[in-house]
Write a protein that binds this ligand. Structure first.
Ligand code: ADP
Length: 316
């Protein structure tokens, strides 16, 4: 069998680990692995190369995507996708692994329906793919946001300020709420919490009343202009206020261990599906739920060995 892999849409740390997982697992099963450069654009232009083991060496720990990414709005046209399928079929490629966000998923769904079976991997820092609890890149972006928030809190404390910080996530509030919890933010504002200025002013006032020297407010992007919000908080509360927008720094950097593992596992799993003749599927991961059981039961059970053992030999 021959399979191809591409990265598309917004890049995310861990995409390289996923590419490596796909290529190495495919080779371990005696398949041929091809790389498509620059996402669907490169697919249309026929930028497709055969990959060897060492082409994915030294990339597990690197941010961004070695294959490049792009946006091709014309991919929504059936004729454009037909040319892409033709390019893959000309090389005898049987299936395609796409790594990206929901736009990339839509493209993969169309390609699958039109004759090129695709497996879609969730590669986005936004954590906004409904089927999966976590996307590749989310935890790395979270670490970056947490690191920045911790630093901003230091200076917020020194100057007794209210610091308003915008984090990414597109229309999903996960990065904001996770970062907010990890940093002890006093207020988190996302689509899920709603945005009510009077309420925020009241909470800031309350923070003063209970003796808070400073406070941190985390706001998801696309909610409001944080600069203006900081000015309004300063005008309506006893705190001086400052705003920071973390921006694209959250998309870069070396993937954290969790993202490397998640991406490796998902990449490997995608190849196993293809090998079993399965296409038109999205890979998900679940679940980090917290639950409870009687203490004696907790002690009585043997630890279940990690399912990672079964992937190890395929990744080297
Ligand atoms: P992401 O995959 O990160 O969500 P985009 O939304 O930009 O990023 O989508 C990446 C690419 O997927 C687009 O440039 C386009 O080529 C393709 N795409 C997006 N939406 C669709 C769609 N509705 N149908 C087919 N292809 C799409």
């Amino acid at each position: 069998m021959k399979i191809a892999v591409l990265t598309s849409g917004g890049d995310a740390p861990g995409m390289n680990a996923a590419i490596r997982g796909v290529v190495r697992t495919a080779l371990s099963y005696g398949m041929e692995a091809y790389a498509v450069h620059d996402g669907y654009k490169g697919l249309y232009e026929g930028k497709i190369d055969l990959m060897k083991r060492n082409d994915v060496g030294q990339i597990l720990n690197r941010g961004g995507t070695i294959l490049g990414s792009s946006r091709l709005p014309e991919f929504k046209q059936k004729e454009v996708r037909a040319k892409c399928i033709e390019n893959l079929k000309a090389l005898g490629i049987d299936a395609l692994v796409t790594i990206g966000g929901d736009g990339t998923y839509r493209g993969a769904m169309d390609l699958s329906a039109e004759g090129m079976p695709c497996i879609a991997l969730p590669g986005t820092i936004d954590n906004d793919i409904a089927s999966t609890e976590y996307t590749i890149g989310f935890f790395t972006a979270l670490e970056t946001a947490v690191d920045a928030l911790d630093k901003l809190r230091d200076t917020s404390f020194s100057h007794k300020r209210c610091t308003v910080v915008e984090v990414m996530g597109r229309y999903c509030g996960d990065l904001a709420i996770y970062a907010g919890i990890a940093c002890g933010a006093e207020i988190v504002i996302t689509r899920d919490t709603g945005f009510n200025k009077e309420d925020i002013f009241r909470q800031v006032q309350h923070a003063k009343e209970i003796g808070k020297r400073h406070l941190v407010i985390v706001v998801a992007e696309h909610i409001t202009d944080v600069q203006k919000l900081a000015e309004e908080i300063q005008a309506n509360s006893p705190y001086e206020a400052r705003a920071s927008v973390l921006g694209y720094i959250q998309r870069g950097g070396d993937p954290c261990a969790f993202d490397r593992i998640l991406a490796s596992k998902m990449g490997s799993y995608a190849v196993e599906l293809i090998r079993n003749g399965i296409g038109g599927q999205a890979i998900y991961c679940k679940s980090l739920e917290v639950g409870h059981c009687p203490i004696n039961e907790a002690l009585g059970k043997d630890n279940v060995p990690s399912d990672l053992y079964r992937y190890l030999s395929r990744l080297n």
